[in-house]
Design a protein around this ligand. Structure first.
Ligand SMILES: NC(=O)c1ccc[n+]([C@@H]2O[C@H](COP(=O)([O-])OP(=O)(O)OC[C@H]3O[C@@H](n4cnc5c(N)ncnc54)[C@H](OP(=O)(O)O)[C@@H]3O)[C@@H](O)[C@H]2O)c1
Length: 320
């Protein structure tokens, strides 16, 4: 697969979001299936895997997903980039931010069966001033425990404050054809400062695959699609022109709609590395193959113009 850089860290142009093997999209697959799906993606050329300490069924407990990722990748550890994330609770860092961050990191490293984390994100702001977290991350980089660090769901003011203390490798925000807040200031800042931008939920939780209709039933337990704003019945109907437009391009290019939506962001920005998520081995490979779909400048311009004409129904933004 083609490669891109997140700061100094080289990764495949499309990564893999591993969350749904533990949380967020209903029933989780048997562990062996998840392990094989991750290994299959690695064999296909994916070198960038995204997890977080909190990804566990119903977000109760810690580390379910990290354990799966660790088991799956232990034999190819030196060939892949593992990104994970920590939540810093209020009060946790009373005795020092570095100590608190390091405790989280050690737990993650143990579960991931590794002696370093390639990319360590603060999952959400909270627990401590971002400058103090940046300082702690700088120390962990100096100690060789992490290669780079990142922030998730942040605006450009926070990114600037953090980057001035310890340069960031990546920012992971929600971004897709229907969540474009980061285009205004965050992505331009990241390009200017050599920071990678990692879109999460790049397929809008499935909407942009064209497989979701107003009749689609989501699962009752631990399924974010019940509250993702673009996926309410009314908003699925409202967003249909975007899906139809993607399907038109998909027919023209002989590629599925999800791939077109990923190819759109890859064409648009040189520092973007999406991490689509799926519980399905075949769809994981389909999404990775978006790296093979090349849009011409004219095709991209047409797609962008058509998209800009469409109203988006539902907005998640940086708040969740
Ligand atoms: N930093 C953060 O706060 C944050 C928040 C959310 C997610 N993330 C990360 O971002 C990753 C991706 O986000 P996400 O999973 O929420 O959203 P996503 O990648 O936009 O969409 C996932 C959904 O789309 C479906 N899907 C994916 N590819 C498809 C395809 N080719 N055809 C048909 N359906 C397809 C999946 O269903 P199937 O499983 O049935 O294929 C699943 O329901 C996560 O795994 C996680 O690592 C980070």
């Amino acid at each position: 697969m083609k490669k891109r850089k997140l700061g100094a860290i080289e990764v495949s142009e499309v990564g893999m979001g591993c969350m749904a093997f533990s949380h967020g999209y209903g029933k989780i697959p048997p562990e062996q299936y998840s392990i094989e799906a991750i290994q299959n993606a690695a064999a296909h050329g994916c070198t960038f895997f995204d997890t977080a300490e909190v990804y566990s069924p119903n977000l109760s407990g810690i580390g379910h997903n990290e354990r799966i990722v660790g088991k799956a990748l232990k034999n190819v550890r030196d060939d892949v980039v593992i990104a994970t994330k920590l939540f810093l609770g209020f009060g946790e860092s009373m005795t020092g931010v570095y100590g608190a961050v390091r405790r989280h990191l050690e737990g993650s490293m143990q579960r991931l069966q590794t002696d370093r984390v390639d990319l360590y994100y603060l999952h959400r702001l909270g627990g401590a001033p971002v400058e103090n977290v940046a300082e702690a991350m700088g120390k962990l980089i100096d100690e060789g425990l992490i290669r780079g660090w990142g922030l998730s769901q942040v605006d450009v003011d926070v990114i600037g404050r953090a980057h001035n203390v310890t340069p960031l490798s990546a920012v992971q925000n929600i971004y897709s054809m229907v969540e474009r807040d980061s285009e205004k200031a965050v992505i331009p800042y990241c390009i200017e400062h050599n920071i990678g931008f990692v879109p999460f939920s790049p397929i809008a939780s499935g909407l942009l695959s064209g497989k979701i209709t107003t009749e689609t039933k989501f699962e009752h337990n631990d399924d974010v699609r019940n509250w993702v704003p673009q996926l309410s019945k009314a908003n699925i109907a409202g967003n249909q022109p975007i899906v139809d437009m993607l399907k038109r391009f998909a027919d023209m290019k002989g590629a599925p709609p999800a791939q077109i939506s990923l190819a759109w962001m890859l064409h648009k920005y040189p520092n973007v590395v999406p991490i689509p998520g799926s519980k399905n081995k075949e769809r994981i490979v389909e999404n990775l193959n978006a790296s093979e779909v090349t849009l011409t400048d004219t095709e991209f311009a047409e797609l962008e113009t058509e998209l800009n004409k469409c109203r988006v129904y539902g907005h998640r933004g940086f708040s969740r």
